[in-house]
Design a protein around this ligand. Sequence first.
Ligand SMILES: [Zn+2]
Length: 319
Amino acid sequence: MIIFGSKSKGVEVGVDIEDFDCPHCQQTGMVAHGAVRYFHIYWIPMFVTKKSALMVCPHCKYTVEDCELDKQTANSLKSLVYENKKLIGYNFGLFAIIALFAYMSISSTIIGLISAATAGDEPTNATDQASEAPAPEAIPAAPAIELLIAEGFNGSGFIFNFHGEQYIACSLHQFDGLSPEIMYGSELNPIEIVEQVAKQSDLQILKFKVEDLPLTGVVNYSSRDTPGVKRNEPVYIFDTMNKSYLGRIVKSSFAGDAHIKMEDTYPAAGMSGSPVISARDGNLLGVVLSADSGENATLVGFEMIRWVNTPKVISSSSH
Ligand SMILES: [Zn+2]
């Protein structure tokens, strides 16, 4: 049972009102005090419900309450009494509750920040992610893909279909902004690059000698009607062993066009150039370019492929 109610209490102020005559003994000068009515829970004052003022005659102790006075006089009497009285004591519970809520929200924010900062080590991360999803969703298995390795094993890329032709996508930064001359399939079969057909901020699209096929695991790029990704969209990215990793599109300030919150940690080192594939329709979305950790990335940045028109050669390699 919660005990609550309201109580009244006098507020000792003792302001001399020199120009008021006692209605009882007609002596001039009375002393003003306050009286508060407050709401309490278990007798702990929560907040003031009413503030009133009264005047006491120092001679005959006759009391005049503010409700007996005209409104203007009552108001000026009240402001005289309460001008310097903050009444914090009677609002104690309310202040305490406000302070408690403020503390709780600050500490939960801090806890949130800490868990966000340490998310990489938390096995509960995937569960949190799943609970944010608007509805449970059956996610198709990842398509089989085959990553290509660049000369010197310093970068990766992949082959994709577009307008019935096949191209290679990879990053620019792994090749110092240049095009690789040769890339290798998983059997270390060399694939000769013939030209660069498109270039974005950190992404290039290359044409290669088709006779260097066959290759398995070619990704489809169909340039969606509305290029871009939706928040919470499930996506697959891949490691050097062509193993798939599921994540979801999130907003973040991390480098890249869009970001993937991984369901499990992702071995990102050297994985710039992995395709980002929609887990819903298997369509190619972009190329992995950055991550928050080399070994156990939980956040991965990628650049979207914006190549929505029929491919056009923008430069030819000289070899
Ligand atoms: Zn009097």
